[in-house]
Design a protein around this ligand. Structure first.
Ligand SMILES: [Zn+2]
Length: 304
């Protein structure tokens, strides 16, 4: 008889998130579908989000839904359903404008309006925010102060990678506290694996849909097992909708938006089978308990 084997460690609970917007809200289509035309477009966000809600019911997964305020104004019953089915409602801003293309005053109006709409519709307090296209970059760090002043508690907008539209490659890969005069904001970065000298994105959106599934599986396993950290996964309702109308973007935009739409739902089922997930707000709460005394307050690699 050998020594009794140690019990297997509990699986890491990752964070699931959905950015609730319609296919025509995506930054790729800025300039192709003007905001003045949004009301006239065929809306598919409700049906696609309801499919995700059914899928999460089936797998007993709780998720965060970062809902665009514009969608919440048009479909308050959808926001109510998200909250009523046990999920966290968070904010994706109101009008899906890239932050660095806005003035601070316009950004403040945008996040305040979104929060009001989402809290009215859901009956929940909205604590989290994710920027359109992860657009908190070195040019728009002022947005973090405004989020604090507007009573947001966590942000999930800083991707520690290099990309043509977003990212702060030197920023931290794990959640951290940002201490400012207006209070403490928790930053929950998009998930990456470190393959020196790069941080490579592994958990969501186009990286999940365009690259083969093994990439995401390998990346989340590496985060969970090697670093003992949760991954923060993200997806959009339009990414499980191969029937959406085709819009005339450029070649790169078309590739990024339409590639593998028909495979995403099957992949998502594999992901929900292979890993455990909970809402982003739950992860933030666990981090607060684990590091209550500023233990997560890392020196920022940037200043503003
Ligand atoms: Zn978005």
């Amino acid at each position: 008889m050998g020594a009794p084997s140690a019990p297997a460690p509990a699986p890491v609970v990752n964070a699931m998130s959905i950015d609730v917007e319609d296919y025509f809200h995506v930054s790729v289509f800025d300039g192709i579908v003007p905001r003045s035309a949004w009301d006239r477009m065929e809306s598919r966000v409700r049906a696609n989000t309801e499919r995700l809600l059914d899928l999460f019911d089936e797998f007993k997964v709780r998720s965060t839904f970062f809902v665009l305020g514009w969608v919440g104004r048009r479909h308050p019953d959808l926001v109510r359903a998200i909250a009523g089915r046990g999920h966290e409602v968070a904010s994706h801003g109101y009008a899906h404008r890239l932050i660095y293309d806005q003035t601070p005053a316009a950004f403040r109006d945008d996040v305040r309006r979104a929060r009001g709409i989402l809290e009215d519709a859901s009956g929940q307090r909205v604590a989290g925010y994710r920027a359109p296209s992860y657009s908190i970059t070195p040019r728009s760090l002022w947005a973090l102060d405004i989020l604090l002043e507007e009573q947001y508690e966590y942000d999930a907008s800083i991707f520690p990678i290099r990309h043509d539209r977003y990212g702060i490659p030197v920023s931290d890969r794990q959640p951290y506290r940002i201490e400012r005069r207006a209070g403490t904001l928790i930053e929950v970065p998009g998930s990456t694996v470190r393959v020196w000298p790069l941080n490579l994105p592994i958990a969501g959106g186009g990286y999940f849909r365009i690259l083969p599934y093994w990439w995401t599986k390998w990346g989340i396993e590496r985060l969970n097992r090697t670093e003992d950290r949760p991954a923060v996964f993200y997806l959009h309702p339009w990414e499980i909708d191969p029937g959406q109308p085709r819009l005339p973007a450029g070649r790169l935009g078309r590739f990024r938006h339409y590639r593998n739409l028909e495979h995403t739902e099957v992949r998502l089922r594999r992901l929900l089978t292979d890993f455990r997930f909970d809402a982003v707000g739950s992860l933030v709460g666990r981090l607060r308990v684990a590091a209550p005394e500023g233990a997560m307050a890392l020196p920022l690699p940037y200043s503003w």
